[in-house]
Design a protein around this ligand. Structure first.
Ligand code: NAP
Length: 242
C-alpha cells in the first residue's frame, strides 16, 4: 500500500485528491493548517467507505512545522511514496499596494512549502528508488495574472522547481510534475462576484469553470504507473484557457 501525503487536504482540490487516492486503495495522510473539523469529518467519511486515511496538522509555510510533521510520520514507521504539494493561498491586490508581509506570506505558503516538503520527503524516496511528486501550480504561474503578481511569481517558482528537480531525480526513479489548474470552483473563488465568475467562464473556451475533481483526476494519473515516463511536465487543467 502506498503512503500518500497531500498538503492542504481539508477542502477544495486537496480534499478531492484525498478522496480519489483513498478510493484507489492508497493510505492517505491529509495535511491541514486550521481546518481540523473539516479534515476529521472527511477522514470519518472515507474510513466508513473502507479507506485508510489520517489527518496530520502542520503549517507547511513553516520549515520547522514541516520537519515536525515528517518526524511524526517517521516515528510511526511511515515514509511517503507520493507527495502532493497542494496547499496554497491567493490574494488579489495591486502590485504597488503589496507589503513585504503580503509578499513573504504568499511566497512562503505557495512556494517555500513545496521546497520544505520535497526536501523532507526525498531522502526516503531516493532510498527506495521509487516515488512521485506532484506540485499544484496555477495557470497564473504560466501566463501571469493581473493584481496577482506575488501569486503568479510563487506559482511560476513552482514550475521552475518542478522542472529542475525532475532532472535531478530522474535517475533515482522519481517523477516530479506539476498540475496547473485554470479557474476551479473552490473556496479560493469566494472573493469573486457572480459577474466576475461569468467573465472567467466567458474567457474559458469550454465556457465552464473546472471542478476540484477535474484537477484531482490529473493528480492521480501523475501518480499512476501509466505516467511513469512523464516527468518535469506541467499539465494544464484549464478548459483551454491560455
Ligand atoms: P482552497 O479551497 O482555498 O483550499 C486551500 C487549502 O490549503 C486548505 O486545505 C488550507 O488548509 C490549505 N492551506 C493553506 N495554507 C496552508 C498552510 N500554510 N499549511 C497547510 N495548509 C494550508 O484552495 P483550492 O482552490 O483547493 O487550491 C488548492 C491549490 O490549487 C492551491 O495551491 C491553489 O493555489 C491552486 N489553484 C487553485 C485554483 C482555483 O481556481 N481554485 C486555480 C489554480 C491553482 P486550512 O483549511 O486548514 O487553512
Amino acid at each position: 500500500m502506498r503512503n500518500v501525503l497531500i498538503t492542504g487536504a481539508s477542502r477544495g482540490i486537496g480534499a478531492a485528491a484525498a478522496r480519489l487516492f483513498a478510493e484507489n486503495g492508497d493510505r492517505v495522510f491529509l495535511n491541514y493548517r486550521h481546518s481540523q473539523g473539516a479534515v476529521r469529518k472527511l477522514c470519518e467519511e472515507l474510513t466508513a467507505q473502507g479507506g485508510e486515511v489520517y489527518p496530520i496538522q502542520a503549517d507547511v509555510s513553516d520549515s520547522q512545522a514541516v520537519k515536525t510533521m515528517f518526524d511524526t510520520l517517521h516515528s510511526n514507521g511511515i515514509s511517503i511514496d507520493v507527495l502532493v504539494n497542494n496547499a496554497g493561498m491567493a490574494q488579489t491586490k495591486l502590485f504597488t499596494d503589496l507589503t513585504d508581509e503580503d509578499w513573504h506570506t504568499m511566497i512562503n505558503t505557495n512556494l517555500s512549502s513545496v521546497f520544505y516538503c520535497c526536501r523532507a520527503a526525498l531522502p526516503d524516496i531516493i532510498r527506495r528508488h521509487n516515488g512521485r511528486i506532484i506540485n499544484i501550480t496555477s495557470i497564473w504561474g504560466q501566463i501571469g495574472g493581473s493584481c496577482e503578481v506575488h501569486y503568479s511569481a510563487a506559482k511560476a517558482g513552482i514550475i521552475g522547481l518542478t522542472k529542475a528537480l525532475a532532472k535531478e531525480e530522474g535517475l533515482s526513479g522519481i517523477t516530479v510534475n506539476a498540475v496547473a489548474p485554470g479557474v476551479i470552483q473552490t473556496d479560493m473563488l469566494s472573493p469573486y462576484t457572480a459577474e466576475d465568475l461569468q467573465a472567467l467562464r466567458d474567457e474559458t473556451p469550454t465556457g465552464t469553470l473546472g471542478t476540484p475533481e477535474d484537477v484531482a483526476r490529473a493528480v492521480l494519473f501523475l501518480a499512476s504507473p501509466d505516467s511513469a515516463f512523464i516527468t518535469g511536465q506541467v499539465l494544464g487543467i484549464n478548459g483551454g484557457m491560455v
